[in-house]
Ligand binder design. Sequence first.
Ligand SMILES: *Cc1c(COP(=O)(O)O)cnc(C)c1O
Length: 335
Amino acid sequence: MGEGAGGHPRHRVGRLRHRRAGGNTVGLAAARHHVLAARGWDVEQGGLQDAPHVRVLVGDERHSTIDRSLRLLGLGTGSAVPVRTDDNGAIDVGHLEEVLAEADAPTIVCLQMGNVNTGAIDDLERSCALAHDRGAWVHVDGAFGLWAAASPAHQHLTRGIEQADSWGCDVHKWLNVPYDGGLVFVSRPDVHSAATSMTASYLVGAGTGGSDLVLNASRRARGFAVWAAIRELGRSGLAELVERNCTLARRFADQLGEAGAEIGNDVMLNQVLVSFDDDATTDAVIERVQQDGTCWMGGTTWRGCRYMRIAVSNHTTTEADVDRSVEAILRCWRP
Ligand SMILES: *Cc1c(COP(=O)(O)O)cnc(C)c1O
């Protein structure tokens, strides 16, 4: 990582730390620390009661966990300044530029890699450059989309990711390890530990251990399963997993589209939105598919319409599974 928020030289290697359920809260805690420190305010000591107002620029298609992180961090959802997104849910960079220019305040920009409905990835390169010009910290919610960076076929979508100041990512989605593992990468270890460290005289290695970089003091060795999965897959195995799932998502979209269903998103990763005739029919098809049991698809609302939401992330899913699932879905639509 190069120059970052505030223009100070940064450590080149992001730290990998494991916390429960996403890394957004820790990434945003580091962001909060940094943007206030740059204005001479120590949030760890002074809290937020008399602090300068922090604004958090977020796409209007952010994941709802971002709002919860803002609540927990005392910034409140009122600190969120929504930035418009395009048809596929990626941030409108022109609007981001306008909103950035609206105030000279401590600013956090929260970007997204992988919208849960569409898979959309924000333009990280241009967004990071604009945000850093204004001294903002950039946090990227890459819960599943960050894994796209492992795939050469998708690297063009992730360009600029190295410019961000923090990333949050999940291991229980695309890496296929059991639930409750999250990763947070912060480009500045000093800012990271300033936001999260704790000490006690009875602890061994206090001030330097993993518990100084996450929100829980005690936890089991979640990192072991992550290490084992990455070790087993290797670089090429990870790329193959991501690419295979994306190809299978395309297969769903192609076959359902050919059969007359409407595909509601630009399929760029492993997410497909499908609607059937109208909202009521779409909901009925989803229910029948869930009862049929061949595959399980949930429903979602995207831009005011109901869709079946297909997310292909299981490492065992095959072309034959997709074909069987499409058959079942079509049977549930037009018996
Ligand atoms: C799943 C997801 C989250 C929440 O992560 P959990 O660790 O499953 O709670 C946050 N953001 C995005 C974009 C997600 O897809």
